[in-house]
Design a protein around this ligand. Structure first.
Ligand SMILES: CC(=O)N[C@H]1[C@@H](OP(=O)(O)OP(=O)(O)OC[C@H]2O[C@@H](n3ccc(=O)[nH]c3=O)[C@H](O)[C@@H]2O)O[C@H](CO)[C@@H](O)[C@@H]1O
Ligand SMILES: C=C(OP(=O)(O)O)C(=O)O
Length: 443
């Protein structure tokens, strides 16, 4: 028996839920810590997630000294002993590829396992590599690894991204901090996580300007040092609880949510008839009217986030009327549709669009999380389905949601988690180890 979440539908959510630090901000920030040649970094609000554990392992494998206690990571990267991120890590989490820029900048070489595709699409890395090449790196491919080397120092360059890739913008931005001269990234991604990374880099002594706009300028410096930083709250986690609240006709305060980062999610939910009241510490979601169908199209920030598409689709199932959801960021991010349909939903996919029939009479079923957000969306659907929903594929959900069942239970949901039976738990002991309570060994 594998782990699964069990949800019994029909409970209205109310109360307060606190948002954790952003997964997609902490991962590049931890990778960027490799750039610190002097001192150490202290990163607060690093969420206890599987992905954080993976990047922790990657950094240690590269020779950094890392400890994690009470959602705070301390990293000392004065001496690096390896330039290789092996398959076992990159396989678990594509974002491991984000160490490539820092390694090239620090050591002049990097050898990273090819990330490959995943359930949501092929996900090429050509834009990352194009950036490194423009900065003088030689890129080779061998035995499933990408190898990049540079003779001397990386050189500042003008790089136009064909797609406003979040990962490519971050990887190039990190590499450019230690390059000779100025790098300009055009058609840069503008996500809040990029701004958080730039703020962190600047505190380390970098000169990054324009993060959050389509043009980022990085003036290279000689060296960077460790610093202290608090990660921004997770806008996707916040959005997921907003959806969960609205689905159940609830009244929930999402503490820590930054309304500015959630513009399109708030706009679409308001269009559906949900009341959202932001204040300086978070936002309140009140759903006391019937929900209306709306069309949604995912786009790079500040458009509607692809990481909220599946959850939004769950919400549209509860609306009156037919909605069209168009996915433009990833070519294959509709794996949740078949699972929703197992729950008696009526959704049809036509290319990049999904036609969602509202007023669904959802019925609990055994379903599987095909990726992280699909998992969250299925749990949202389970909150209003008749009877019991069992959501498997918890390893995907654990990558990105801190204490999901506990947080939803505290809001009144009837949800719990069933873990692997002892024999299986023993087999997977290594991955089950809790690194999150280790005491600092070198502070
Ligand atoms: C760890 C992290 O932050 N993950 C987020 C990041 O992923 P990630 O950084 O991988 O996503 P990208 O922004 O790079 O990808 C966006 C699109 O660009 C394409 N592409 C990307 C790079 C490249 O070199 N060539 C190329 O064609 C991808 O296939 C995809 O279709 O942004 C995505 C888009 O908001 C989110 O869904 C992920 O949650
Ligand atoms: C797609 C996601 O993450 P990743 O890029 O790490 O796969 C996500 O956070 O929804």
């Amino acid at each position: 028996m594998m782990s699964k979440f069990i949800v019994r539908g029909g409970k209205r959510l109310s109360g307060t839920v606190r948002v954790s630090g952003a997964k997609n901000a902490v991962l590049p920030i931890l990778a960027a810590s490799l750039l610190g040649e002097e001192g150490f970094s202290v990163i607060h609000d690093a969420p206890p997630l599987e992905d954080v554990k993976t990047i922790h392992n990657v950094l240690e494998q590269l020779g950094a000294k890392v400890t994690y206690t009470n959602e705070t990571v301390r990293i000392q990267a004065e001496q690096l002993s390896s330039h290789e991120a092996p398959y076992e890590f990159v396989r678990k989490m594509r974002a491991s590829f984000l160490v490539m820029g820092p390694l090239l900048a620090r050591l002049g070489k990097a050898r990273i396992s090819l990330p490959g595709g995943c359930a949501i699409g092929t996900r090429p890395i050509d834009q990352h590599l194009k950036g490194f090449e423009a900065m003088g790196a030689e890129i080779g491919l061998g035995q499933g690894y990408i190898e990049a080397t540079i003779n001397g120092r990386l050189k500042g360059a003008k790089i136009y991204l064909d797609v406003a890739s979040v990962g490519a913008t971050e990887n190039i931005m990190m590499a450019a901090t230690l390059a000779e001269g100025t790098t300009v990234i055009e058609n840069a991604a503008r996500e809040p996580e990029i701004v958080d990374l730039a703020n962190y880099l600047n505190k380390m002594g970098a000169k990054v300007r324009g993060a959050g706009t389509g043009v980022i300028r990085i003036e290279g410096v000689e060296r960077l040092h460790g610093t202290e930083h608090t990660v921004i709250p997770d806008r996707v986690e916040a959005g997921t609880y907003m959806v969960a609240a609205a689905m159940t006709g609830g009244d929930v305060y999402v503490e820590g949510a930054i309304a500015d980062h959630l513009g399109p999610v708030i706009a679409k939910m308001e269009e559906m008839g949900v009341t959202i009241i932001p204040d300086e510490n978070g936002l309140r979601v009140i759903a006391d009217k019937p929900l209306k169908a709306v069309d949604v199209k995912t786009l790079p920030y500040p458009g509607f986030p692809t990481d909220m598409q599946a959850q939004m689709m769950a919400l549209l199932l509860a609306a009156t009327g037919t909605s069209v959801v168009t996915e433009t960021v990833f070519e294959n991010r509709f794996m949740h549709v078949d699972e929703f349909n197992l729950m008696n939903a009526n959704i049809k996919v036509d290319g990049r669009a999904a036609i969602v029939s509202g007023s669904a009479n959802l019925i609990g079923a055994k379903v599987c999380a095909t990726d992280l957000r699909a998992g969250a969306a299925l749990i949202c659907a389970g909150l209003v389905a008749e009877g019991t929903t069992e959501v498997g594929g918890t390893q995907h959900i654990d990558r990105g949601y801190v204490h999901l069942a506990e947080k939803l239970s505290n809001l009144g949901a009837d949800i719990w988690r069933v873990n692997a039976e002892p024999a299986e738990a023993e087999e997977s002991e290594e991955t089950e180890l809790n690194i999150f309570n280790v005491q600092p060994t070198w502070a």
